[in-house]
Design a binder for this molecule. Structure first.
Ligand code: LMR
Length: 397
């Protein structure tokens, strides 16, 4: 049965994580997988999460099945976190299901699209999360790219993006990142979201927003500006959210898929089809992470604590952005890296060649993705000088 199978290639992100873990050099720096790290390089359990876990331990009364849509309290809380106090929630035009992480949210939405519009093409930014295409391909969707990242200027190709979206056929789907664009750190600015809404209405395409970093860019509300504006102006929308980063619940696989439909009946019908897909793949999501998030978001003291912890994660990343720019200049890097401080979220591209990236790994134990994406949260005051020296060295030689 299996004799004809060849070993699959390493995952570009998780494969690098394994290679880093096998490296024992003292000065090694992991700028690969997108996880938050504190100044000691540790990915902490948030204090609010620990407190919610204690509470849950005391309060939990059963381990019986929860159902395909998961935790109803979580679903309501995560909807309001993403969409704010939005009229579409009061109008009951939104259906939300808890999912095992943001990845499963993307996948079950993709399955829904395949059932609803089998011939739809999914349009992805020309630079996007390394796993996006694989997840959507697994659901059988056709894909195309639209212009997004200007590698020469390290900015958004705003005009080219809007021109391409103006040609997207009706009933196709356009994937957008709400904030903290992974991998470039270059976001759609607030002033361009109305133009996207207008094009979606005019052309009849469906925006599908991935929001995996709410709170890591400018703040919870500012980061959700795009999805909230589209929800205001469009009849339909898909929104995948993740609690991996902003609640630090990576391995608890906690996320959600929300769909906005033209009216409550259509939202309920589409939701029921989505849950059929859920039943086919994983039956129902795991309980633990969502139970914690539900408590954190609904108990005022825990919520306040979470907001503080989230702000300090965001501030640490912002400080490392400016720190990296200063240290690279101080190390004599023969290139201006000022763009790193202008970008947001966990990631930026350094714009290095494959040979330079290999040298960084082999000679300096500095690990980044083959695309030259770095996880800014992997930087810390203690490793910035080595990082800057290593990058300046490979640029010079
Ligand atoms: C990343 O982009 O590094 C993270 O989203 C982790 C992952 O699953 O790829």
């Amino acid at each position: 049965m299996f004799e004809h199978l060849q070993t699959a290639p390493d995952d570009p992100i998780l494969g690098l994580m394994a290679r880093f873990r096998a490296d024992s050099r003292a000065e090694r720096i992991d700028l690969g997988v997108g996880v938050f790290r504190d100044a000691d390089g540790h990915t902490p359990i948030l204090d609010c999460v620990r407190a919610a876990e204690q509470m849950r331990l005391a309060e939990e009364t059963t381990k019986t099945y929860q159902g395909m849509a998961g935790d109803a309290e979580f679903n309501a809380a995560i909807e309001s976190l993403a969409l704010g106090d939005h009229a579409v929630l009061r109008d009951r035009r939104v259906f939300t299901a808890q999912t095992p992480g943001g990845t499963a949210a993307l996948r079950v939405a993709a399955d829904l699209l395949k059932r609803s519009r089998p011939d739809a093409t999914l349009w992805l930014p020309d630079s996007t999360w390394a796993n996006h295409a694989a997840v959507f391909r697994a659901a059988g969707l056709a894909m195309r790219e639209f212009p997004y990242y200007d590698a020469a200027k390290q900015t958004l190709r705003g005009d080219a993006m809007l021109a391409a979206l103006a040609e997207v056929p009706a009933n196709d789907v356009v994937v957008l990142h709400a904030c903290c664009h992974n991998p470039s750190g270059v976001d759609v600015p607030a002033e361009l979201w109305p133009a996207i809404a207008e094009l979606a209405l005019k052309r009849g395409f469906l925006p599908f927003i991935d929001m995996a970093y709410q709170g890591f860019g400018e703040g919870l509300d500012a980061d959700a500006h795009g999805p909230r504006l589209l929800a205001e102006r469009l009849p339909e929308l898909l929104l995948a959210t993740s609690c991996s980063k902003n609640f630090g619940l990576y391995r608890e696989r906690t996320g959600a898929i929300s769909l906005l439909a033209a009216n409550p009946a259509q939202a309920a019908a589409a939701g029921s089809v989505l849950l059929t897909g859920v039943r086919n793949i994983y039956s129902m999501p795991p309980a633990h992470g969502a139970a914690l998030v539900a408590r954190i978001l609904t108990r005022p003291a825990l919520r306040t604590q979470w907001l503080q912890e989230l702000a300090s994660m965001r501030e640490r990343i912002t400080a490392m952005r400016t720190g990296a720019v200063a240290q690279l200049a101080a190390a004599g890097a023969n290139r201006d890296f000022g763009f790193i401080a202008r970008q947001r979220g966990m990631f930026s591209f350094l714009g290095l060649t494959p040979a330079q990236i290999t040298r960084l790994r082999d000679e300096f134990a500095v690990y980044m993705l083959d695309s030259s994406r770095i996880n800014i949260a992997g930087l810390a005051p203690r490793n910035l000088p080595h990082f800057a020296h290593a990058v300046a060295s490979v640029l010079r030689d």
